[in-house]
Design a protein around this ligand. Structure first.
Ligand SMILES: [Zn+2]
Length: 297
């Protein structure tokens, strides 16, 4: 199965392309947290034979004010990065980037919503010139050598000081070379006049979203605020991966309700590719996310 890459959308005068880094599998019970299986299995879609749900890895490419910007870098391609992705790992971000006509050296800005391993994998790649006997974390180089990497300040602090619970997802191999090319973001930050980093705590304390806005139109890359769309529709459905579940509920409520009001698109990392959705309220007043088709080629 080949997943198509490069779904294009437009917000005002800004074009963006969703790039596909494939799919990985995560324990469905963990994704749906305290929600009973009898409820989530109505919406989860098919699981694999180990009760895992396929999660897409949607990244975003756009040009704004002369800058080439990549939002999120997927699960990566270094040894170990895709272990959890098996058996279906179609698509890689670097192939999708090449298909979109962009070389890694041409990326000026990388924005990570947070630094869990399925969101920042291609931040780094294996450096073939490094001594082969060195540990992997010392054999990596930047995946985007000319980029400035934008990350929430609290996220960088937590990723570089993992605790017993977070150690399994904050990998040194995704972080070390980035340290000298970082822009730590505290609060909201305009990266260009059309692209803004907006803190959205809950999944982690330092988690951020990215607002793309032009004229009266906007889109929000929501990162891991939710792994499944139902978690944005019913905000009490919180994943057990969220470190701050009560805050996560509040952040989701505010973000989705404002998006409905302002007719913003929402772009989900883990919804099936391309994961671009329009939030609305259905006739019963409940939040509902509808798929948005890409522009014709
Ligand atoms: Zn994730």
């Amino acid at each position: 199965m080949t997943v198509p890459s490069g779904a294009r959308y437009q917000v005002g005068t800004v074009h963006f392309t969703v790039l596909n880094d494939g799919v990985f599998y995560s324990d469905a019970g963990a994704v749906f947290g305290i929600i009973p299986r009898v409820l989530w299995e109505r919406v989860s879609g098919p699981l694999d034979e180990r009760y895992r749900i396929p999660l897409a890895l949607n990244c975003l490419l756009l040009r704004s004010e002369g800058k080439t910007i990549l939002i999120e870098t997927g699960i990566g391609g270094k040894p170990g990065d895709r272990d959890a992705a098996s058996p279906a790992a179609d698509g890689t971000l670097m192939d999708a980037l090449a298909a979109a006509g962009v070389r890694p050296e041409e990326v000026d800005v990388v924005i990570n919503s947070h630094l869990h391993s399925d969101h920042c994998g291609w931040n780094t790649v294996v450096d073939e010139r490094a001594p082969q006997d060195a540990p992997l974390e010392r054999r990596v180089k930047l995946g985007f050598p000319n980029a400035t990497y934008y990350v929430g300040a609290a996220e960088w602090r937590d990723a570089t000081h993992p605790n017993e619970r977070t150690r399994g997802t904050y990998f040194e191999r995704n972080l070390t070379p980035v340290a000298d090319h970082l822009m730590l973001v505290d609060g909201e930050l305009d990266i260009t006049g059309e692209v803004k980093f907006v803190p959205a705590p809950g999944h982690t304390e330092g988690h951020g979203t990215v607002l793309i806005h032009s004229g009266r139109e906007s889109a929000i890359y929501v990162g891991d605020l939710a792994q499944h769309r139902v978690q944005l529709e019913r905000t009490v459905w919180v994943s057990s991966f969220d470190l701050l579940p009560l805050l996560s509920m509040e952040t989701k409520k505010q973000l989705v309700d404002r998006a409905i009001e302002q007719r913003s698109l929402l772009i989900m990392t883990h919804s099936p590719y391309p994961g671009v959705l329009r939030p609305t309220r259905n006739e019963r007043g409940f939040r509902e996310l509808l798929d948005v088709s890409p522009l014709e080629a």
